[in-house]
Design a binder for this molecule. Structure first.
Ligand SMILES: C[C@@H](O)[C@H](N)C(=O)O
Ligand SMILES: C[C@@H](O)[C@H](N)C(=O)O
Lengths: 165, 165
């Protein structure tokens, strides 16, 4: 099987914020992003899953520096958004497996998720793009997760090559 | 402001499936992907948001051709996964705004989501990557969504240029 994952990336500069229980109707997502873009808050990940009943949650990541201000702004906006709550956590890391050959995510995802499970690292969020599978985990597991994924996807060998080991 | 969105992409070949109410503990995501990769089911998007209490939902997209088989397989696996339900919908479209200059998703996302809201198109799922914001909508709105987003992000002009209009 050709090499599917070519690199493991990680980012511990972000914090996650979730707006809970918003109505699943047109205009709600725009209103939430309107608050953030109006305040010039940079957003990296945006994740919304299908709704349960007529409500759903929306999570996004901002820089740790913007965490407190964003949490406060959205908490103030809860009534106008019709949200049930706003929660957040600045102690997260995003860890990604990157591979341009990934036509499908199934096999790589299974291997990645199993490697994290074997180390008892809980996956808080999952998001994919054509060439990447990203998970959000507790920041304290960043090094363990990156080391484990390097080993599972045989990315250690490259290091050996460059040093002549 | 420099052009942030350079293209609108859409894909109506996929179906979504959600495994509802799975335990938020290590190993669950690996088990679900294990079922799919074991059956050689190709998966495109994988979305999991933060858990409410100790449970969460996991959604992924498969080709419309794999929809029925995947739904059946996961429904059978519900007891072993500890899931509360499995639901799905083959009548979806993924629509994406693509822009390599997107350092942050806020402003572009707000504009994209507002444009869809103005057409009363409900956003079922949201997922982002460095250069892209993707939404899942009802398949019947595909052309309307693509046309609306082309206009909002001034991508119509390009067409005018090539025809000399
Ligand atoms: C929840 C939110 O995404 C809503 N469905 C909307 O279209 O704005
Ligand atoms: C729900 C699922 O992602 C779980 N948290 C896991 O780590 O497998």
């Amino acid at each position: 099987e050709k090499v599917l994952v070519s690199a493991i990336a990680h980012n511990t500069s972000e914090a996650k914020i979730t707006v809970l229980g918003v109505p699943d109707s047109p205009g709600v997502a725009a209103a939430i992003l309107g608050i953030l873009s109006g305040a010039n808050i940079n957003v990296d990940m945006i994740i919304q899953n299908v709704s349960a009943g007529h409500e759903t949650d929306m999570t996004f990541t901002v820089s740790k520096g913007d965490f407190k201000q964003t949490l406060d702004m959205l908490t103030d906006a809860m009534p106008s958004l019709g949200a049930k709550g706003v929660v957040g956590d600045p102690h997260i890391a995003k860890v990604s497996a990157i591979g341009v050959g990934m036509r499908s995510h199934s096999g790589v995802a299974q291997k990645m998720f199993q490697a994290l499970a074997d180390e008892r690292i809980n996956i808080q969020m999952i998001s994919t793009s054509e060439i990447k599978i990203s998970v959000v985990i507790n920041e304290k597991y960043t090094e363990l997760a990156v080391r484990t994924l390097h080993s599972v996807f045989d990315l250690d060998k490259e290091r050996g090559d460059t040093i002549g080991g």
